[in-house]
Design a protein around this ligand. Structure first.
Ligand SMILES: *Cc1c(COP(=O)(O)O)cnc(C)c1O
Length: 422
């Protein structure tokens, strides 16, 4: 395998190719193939960007038809037929049935763009600058969003102080039996807590990069109530946990709350095409024309596949139920793996929601050994969490039971191998 061009030309900033040092070429559904034809099962799926699998046939068909008829590919923020179809489908298939009424802003096409737009809008509306965010939160790496991201690796690269956000303990941060919102609420109401009155709170309801920490339903509801009582805007960052990953289209549906703003990206196009959106409560749309822009706000190919994905999978609750069912398969197998590790003296546990699940092991080295072993055996799976100690399953939601079990079997083999070696 000829890797010289990567080694000579690609910046050291590269990440995933370090964990998976091979050259991939083709992909379909839950499978990847290298240039040499070696097959892998994909439990990473673009870090949650390929919820409907690689090159999903229905989405590909819609995309090809659109390209074939010379549908507009790039349209700044023109009104296009492709965008109209996306808005209409989003409203009919997703928003209305859930009793949601949001206006949509399409910023630039990556997640961090939607986060930037959300926090900027919150500041503009409230006249306050502080954004409350949570330990282990990940919201992107552009300047505003990075201030709300916890991980020091990213923060250190900023080069200037990260400003405009303060961190609060996420659910479970202080161990079981401590409701971290007691502190949040007290600090908000205490003029000497050192907390600046915030414009907004931004939160992931299942933290993706931070280690698959799932906020409890009660905690989420209480957070929403705390915000509401104090006129603090609640922004749910659904970039990774959205589009069905947790077993509902939006991660906040489990708690029955209606956030003031919601960011979405990763699996939104459904096809791995760059696409991000900010949903905002209708009365919060205080932008003046052109105040936030971006050349690629009109990446219509992504809207075409996004609309088709909603039509294919979200017209009824069948897909949601399938995600919940498969999520239980993963949960049970991860619980078995955790028990196996515990029995051999390596503390482990499982956590998550729906098909966003983590196997938490002793430390990052052990997790790396497990994922490296899995890769050798034909499974692409990554780690997350503060020390990389969480083996993270983000397989396509469309994966078949057989492929899912095959992947989980590989993971089990490599857990066994790691235990035997120690
Ligand atoms: C990936 C991610 C982002 C950033 O999205 P980019 O497209 O990488 O800018 C923001 N928030 C969450 C929760 C994410 O998982």
């Amino acid at each position: 395998m000829d890797t010289q061009y990567f080694e000579r030309m690609e910046s050291e900033v590269r990440t995933y190719s370090r964990s998976f040092p091979t050259i991939f070429d083709r992909a379909s559904g839950a499978h990847l193939w290298t240039v040499d034809g070696k097959q892998y099962i994909d439990f990473l799926a673009g870090a949650g960007t390929l919820n409907y699998g690689h090159n999903n046939p229905a989405l590909k068909k819609a995309l090809m038809a659109y390209i074939e008829r010379d549908g507009i590919t790039h349209g700044l923020d023109f009104w296009t037929h492709g965008k109209q179809d996306f808005y209409q489908t989003l409203e009919d298939v997703i928003l209305k049935p859930r009793g949601l009424d949001y206006k949509i802003q399409l910023p630039g096409p990556t997640g961090t763009n939607a986060v930037e737009a959300a926090i900027r809008l919150a500041r503009r509306i409230t006249g306050r600058s502080n954004i409350l965010t949570f330990t282990n939160g990940f919201h992107g790496v552009t300047m505003g969003a990075l201030a709300t991201t916890g991980n020091a690796k990213f923060r250190d690269a900023l080069g200037v102080p990260a400003m405009g956000a303060q961190f609060m303990p996420y659910d479970g941060y202080l161990g079981e039996g401590v409701d971290t919102l007691d502190y949040v609420e007290k600090a908000l109401d205490d003029g000497s807590s050192g907390l600046d009155n915030p414009a907004a709170v931004i939160v992931e309801l299942v933290q993706g990069e931070g280690g698959i920490n799932a906020a409890s339903i009660e905690w989420t509801q209480r957070l929403a109530e705390i915000c509401k009582q104090r006129d603090i805007l609640l922004i749910v960052d659904d970039i990774q946990a959205g589009c069905g990953r947790t077993g509902k289209f939006f991660s906040f549906e489990h708690a029955g709350i209606k956030p003031d703003m919601v960011t979405n990206s990763k699996s939104l196009s459904g096809y791995g095409l760059p696409f991000a959106m900010l949903m905002m409560r209708r009365d919060l749309d205080k932008w003046s024309p052109g105040q936030y822009n971006g050349t690629f706000r009109g990446h219509t190919l992504a809207m075409v596949t996004a609309a088709e994905a909603l039509r294919q999978y979200w017209q009824d609750d069948h897909f949601e139920q399938e995600v919940q069912r498969k999520g239980e398969i993963i949960r049970d197998r991860f619980a078995d793996l955790a028990a196996m590790l515990n029995d051999s003296g390596h503390p482990a546990s499982e956590r998550g929601r729906g098909m966003m699940r983590g196997l938490v092991v002793e430390n990052g080295d052990l997790a790396d050994e497990i994922t490296e072993g899995a890769f050798e055996r034909g499974l692409v799976i990554e780690t997350s969490g503060q020390g990389g100690e969480v083996v993270k399953c983000l397989c396509p939601l469309t994966i078949s039971d057989q492929e899912l079990i095959q992947g989980l079997d590989i993971l089990e083999e490599s857990v066994r191998a790691v235990i035997d070696k120690r």
